[in-house]
Design a protein around this ligand. Structure first.
Ligand SMILES: Nc1ncnc2c1ncn2[C@@H]1O[C@H](COP(=O)(O)OP(=O)(O)OP(=O)(O)O)[C@@H](O)[C@H]1O
Ligand SMILES: Cc1ncc(CO)c(N)n1
Ligand SMILES: [Mg+2]
Length: 570
């Protein structure tokens, strides 16, 4: 209700309190407007009078940057996909993947499937008009960063999707060209192929076919090996998407899960060890959603694919023994990170020697030199692909170190990366780290074993076969061996060389990580010594004494992964 009233003393008081909502430099302007205002609004709930113009001004200023509360933009993925009643793939996987990656996810349902771990029993396709209506509801109202598509079961749905994307452009489009479920049931027929190839793919930043889908997109060209995957990626790229990721989860006779990314200029082979599990239902949907989530947060395509792949490998490893349903293929658990933080026993005796691949060791002196906090340095390293992190803070105050360790643990666990503490068992216990790394003059490993919870990782630095033998007797999980090359990080450190490393690997019953002066130019020589229990390299200066830790880590990760892959192929 709007009534004409005179400005009263009470009203002046009211105006003063409203003015407090606004920054000081706008006060005089507001009071001028209030003085000239004769119309009043009445708040129907409180019956209080508010000058109408003032209300308008306050509302206008709320939307501008002058309000005191800063706006919080939430990264947002919209998934356009089918529902899986079993909860493992489709919309349900997308929601879980985005939530696990801390990104908001809205949903446009294209089909409802009756599906479980045995197969797909029924499919009900949404009418295209209703898909269009859902798209409009979300895209016209919400600030969507990235659209991710899954099951697109009719040509009409592909068409209305492309129309919506043109009407409401987004930052990126991730297309997972879902065609057949892993159980072998059809989810989209050949009638959608033309629309996919001609209308949708040219709009995509990345398309993620598995080997069967890559073959169908190319009209039946067989895709049965990594070199077929490379050729397929290049041909699909000609259809217009900026990047193509051909997934090798279903590649026959492969001990690794290898995916090939082609960005229009070059190839990246992304390799993960194949987890031996029946619980792989929904890996494709999850991978595409994780990529979309990382793009929404601002990552590059390569960073997003790497993070997504690492997420899948870790999630599969954590869920490899869970049993859901009676069929051949079960779903996996997207929220392993939560369990890892809250249930210290979840990972009991689950040390994965492959985590030693790229082992980042921090150094407080280097962080000081480059003006970085420990947690910023660790964040950059895990974002770049470090697979395990050790905090080595020789001179830090205990309280400061504990706070930093807690922050680093949160960061590492959000990426599924274990965090170890050098020497300081008290810090490891207090922050519930994943384990410790011990030198020859630190607490003996068998004593540390009695203090730490079962399953916590213990690593020991060894320079001789006798020390390696003792580490095994003491119940350690791995040994660190070096210095392979001369290093400035450790004073008076003896260099054992490549031959010394080889001798230690042969003598050790435990997995080995090489350390000491390792950098991009010599990492291949280290990994090429040809001993199976050498699992990776530990690095300090080559990551942390550099301007961009993340770039250096990415680079080294690519080199060490390639070396491991070649070793396996040889
Ligand atoms: N057993 C496994 N161990 C590790 N990674 C795996 C495994 N199976 C699949 N992956 C990875 O999961 C991702 C999805 O791969 P996949 O080729 O299975 O896709 P998809 O067939 O589209 O998925 P879905 O089976 O859910 O339909 C890829 O990065 C792949 O390498
Ligand atoms: C709804 C749906 N989308 C995608 C897949 C592919 O895994 C599936 N099985 N079900
Ligand atoms: Mg598959």
């Amino acid at each position: 209700m709007v009534r004409k009233r005179k400005t009263s003393a009470i009203l002046v008081k009211k105006i003063m309190s409203y003015a407090q909502l606004l920054p000081a430099h706008l006060h005089s302007q507001l009071f001028k407007q209030v003085r000239s205002s004769s119309f009043l609004c009445q708040n129907s709930k409180t019956n209080q009078n508010i000058p109408r113009r003032l209300v308008l001004n306050v509302q206008a200023d709320r939307s501008s940057a002058t309000m005191q509360k800063p706006e919080m933009k939430v990264p947002h993925v919209l998934t356009v996909a089918g529902s899986d009643s079993g909860g493992g793939a489709g919309i349900q996987a997308d929601l879980k993947a985005c939530a696990a990656r801390q990104v908001y996810c809205s949903t446009v349902v294209t089909a409802v499937t009756a599906q479980n771990t045995v197969g797909v029993q029924g499919v009900d396709i949404m009418p295209e008009d209703f898909v269009a209506e859902q798209l409009k509801s979300v895209l016209s109202d919400m600030d969507v960063d990235v659209v991710k598509t899954g099951m697109l079961p009719s040509p009409g749905i592909v068409r209305v999707l492309c129309q919506s994307l043109r009407e409401f452009p987004v930052k990126a489009l991730v297309v997972d060209p879902v065609m057949v479920s892993t159980s072998g049931d059809a989810l989209a027929g050949p009638s959608v192929l033309d629309g996919l190839r001609e209308e949708l793919l040219p709009l995509a930043n990345i398309v993620t076919p598995n080997i069967k889908e890559a073959s169908v997109l190319l009209g039946g060209v067989p895709v049965r090996s990594v070199s077929d995957m490379r050729a397929a990626a290049k041909l699909i790229h000609d259809m217009g998407p900026r990047n193509v990721l051909v997934k090798g989860g279903d590649l026959p006779n492969s001990s690794d899960a290898i995916d090939v990314l082609f960005d229009g200029e070059g190839f990246h082979e992304l390799c993960a060890s194949r987890v031996n599990t029946r619980n792989t239902h929904g890996t494709g949907c999850t991978l595409a959603s994780c990529i979309a989530a990382e793009l929404a947060k601002g990552s590059s395509v390569l960073e997003a694919v790497r993070a997504a792949k690492h997420f899948i490998e870790t999630a599969l490893d954590y869920s490899k023994d869970i049993v859901i349903g009676n069929g051949a293929q079960g779903p996996f658990d997207h929220f392993f990170a939560l369990k890892k933080v809250h249930q210290s026993s979840y990972r009991q005796d689950k040390f994965n020697p492959n985590d030693l691949l790229l082992y980042a060791v921090t150094d407080s002196g280097m962080n000081r030199k480059w003006g970085r906090s420990i947690s910023d340095a660790v964040k950059a390293a895990v974002e770049g692909g470090a697979t395990i992190v050790q905090l080595r803070e020789k001179h830090a105050e205990t309280r400061e170190f504990l706070d930093a360790a807690k922050a680093c643990l949160k960061i590492c666990h959000s990426y599924g990366v274990p965090l170890l503490i050098n020497d300081r068992i008290d810090i490891a216990l207090a922050c519930n780290a994943d384990g410790v790394h011990l030198g020859q003059s630190d607490m003996p490993a068998h004593v540390a074993r009695t203090l730490l919870a079962p399953g916590k990782i213990i690593g020991v630095s060894c320079k001789t076969p006798e020390q390696a033998q003792q580490a095994w007797i003491d119940g350690a999980h791995y040994i660190g061996s070096g210095g392979v090359y001369p290093t400035t990080t450790k004073e008076d450190n003896i260099t054992i060389g490549i031959d010394g490393l080889k001798e230690l690997c042969l003598a050790s019953k435990l997995p080995v990580v090489a350390i000491g002066g390792i950098k991009p130019s010599n990492v291949r020589a280290v990994m090429e010594i040809g001993v199976p229990n050498l699992k990776g390299v530990a690095v300090v200066s080559a990551l942390f004494d550099r301007e961009c830790i993340k770039t250096e880590t990415e680079n080294l990760h690519t080199l060490v992964s390639e070396a491991v892959l070649q070793k396996k192929r040889a």
